[in-house]
Design a protein around this ligand. Structure first.
Ligand code: RNT
Ligand code: ZN
Length: 424
């Protein structure tokens, strides 16, 4: 494939596009700046198929699944950090990195998940500081013998429940240490797999236990400027098709009651239900949202995010409401069947692209038509905006950010695959 990016052509196309957008009242330079300034928290777990460093050979239990066997998975912290850094060089804009407790580096010592401390993440924190990449965090309620019953925080066994409560508290303390290290809060997102394959007779008791467990976890006081607590719902998982304890209603109610953040994952709702519409409603009652950009495909909620209508809708909604100060943007997918660095690059670039597009929308024209009751005009404009010379602005953003233009990054990924990944 011939290189796609050509500086002169990009500049020329941009200067023409700039005029088209200016006529619609949009300043393209400002849109580019706004789009690169929004931090995207990149999911570390795409780099190793959610395996982690506890000695596991893959993801197990917990209602989620990483399928595929593409060569080159990162096997330790150094490889994961090197791969991430390489991916960062292909991705424009501000980045964060999202870890799970599974990625603790405990040396030769086995440390139980309920005894993890910030010191087990000191290499991550040093890296974060050095590269200026803030970290986010997640307790890991899967790939562990104590998830075998299918229940963790909602377990009826006080020993099991106690273990996971201690784990979640440890995770919050580590997230707060990240927040101190990086001088901006780390998001600590609680997602648990608890649920039942078939119809339960008692839907209430596990939910009461989950509420109590969360209360105990959140009762531990931490500096609010170091941590943002979030909770993530799901409609169903593998092996929890009939019932998930932490459903949307459960967490929406809980987050509103406790005034913590609600996580909305694009893949966690009915197939025709999108999260774009939930944002304005939820934000009336919760202080903020954590967005998990993902892609549901049939039974799977975790395909690589792409520049889809659903994803673009979510970005448009965030921008139309100008609520970025209350929103944390994260990616959540894991595909072990393709080059993992390409997966990161595709997902993150697609999201950044959709953010840029949202800043280029002449929203005031839509609002004018809407307020005048001219819905035909609103629809006509929406259709017209779809084919504005957007790609010229996106290419310019990449040029300015000094990352490859268009699909040119593939050449670099292929080189890295040959030189680094193939040798693992
Ligand atoms: C699972 C949730 C959760 C996980 C990650 C690994 O359904 O979406 O966010 O994907 O924490
Ligand atoms: Zn998620």
């Amino acid at each position: 494939m011939k290189p796609y990016g050509n500086t002169e052509a990009v500049e020329q196309a941009y200067s023409l596009a700039k005029v088209v957008y200016a006529n619609l009242g949009i300043n393209t330079d400002r849109a580019i700046q706004a789009a690169v300034d929004i931090p995207i928290s990149i999911n570390c777990w795409q780099g190793d198929d959610v395996t982690g460093f506890e000695g596991a050979t893959g993801l197990s239990g917990g209602g989620i699944l990483a399928t595929g066997n593409y060569p080159g998975r990162a096997r330790n912290g150094d490889e994961l950090r090197a791969d991430a850094e390489f991916a960062f060089s292909l991705i424009p804009g501000k980045k964060r990195f999202n870890l799970h407790t599974l990625y603790a580096e405990t040396g030769d010592k086995k440390v139980s998940r309920d005894e993890l401390e910030p010191e087990h993440f000191k290499r991550w924190m040093a890296w974060s500081k050095e590269r200026n990449i803030p970290l986010d965090f997640n307790p890991s309620f899967f790939s562990h013998p104590l998830t075998e019953s299918g229940y963790t925080l909602a377990s009826g066994d006080p020993k099991v429940r106690g273990f996971w409560i201690r784990h979640a508290i440890a995770s919050r303390r580590i997230a707060a240490a990240f927040g101190t290290n990086q001088a901006c809060p780390a998001v600590n997102n609680i997602w648990i797999p608890d649920g039942s394959k078939d119809m339960p007779a008692d839907r209430l008791s596990p939910r009461m236990r989950l509420r109590e467990a969360l209360d105990a976890i959140l009762a531990v006081p931490l500096e609010p400027q170091t941590i943002i607590d979030a909770v993530e719902s799901k409609l169903f998982g593998i092996g929890s098709e009939a019932y998930v304890v932490g459903s949307h209603e459960f967490y929406l109610g809980y987050a509103a009651a406790k005034q913590i953040h609600l996580c909305l994952d694009m893949g966690h709702f009915h197939p025709t239900e999108t999260i774009a519409d939930k944002i304005s409603a939820a934000l009336l009652f919760v202080p903020g949202l954590l967005m998990h950009f993902s892609r549901g495909l049939r039974w799977d909620s975790d395909h690589v995010a792409i520049y889809s209508d659903e994803l673009r809708d979510v970005c448009r909604e965030l921008t139309r409401q100008r609520i970025f100060d209350r929103i944390n943007i994260a990616l959540d997918f894991f595909d072990a069947s393709i080059n993992r660095i390409a997966a990161w690059t595709i997902g993150t670039r697609s999201l950044r692209k959709a953010l840029l597009e949202s800043f280029l929308e002449p929203t005031s024209l839509l609002l004018e038509a809407e307020r005048a009751g001219k819905y035909h005009e609103r629809l006509a404009l929406m259709e017209a905006f779809k084919t504005l010379p957007f790609s010229a602005v996106w290419d310019k953003l990449c040029l300015e950010a000094a990352v490859p233009i268009g699909p040119d990054w593939l050449t670099r990924v292929n080189e890295y695959e040959e030189q680094v990944l193939a040798k693992r």
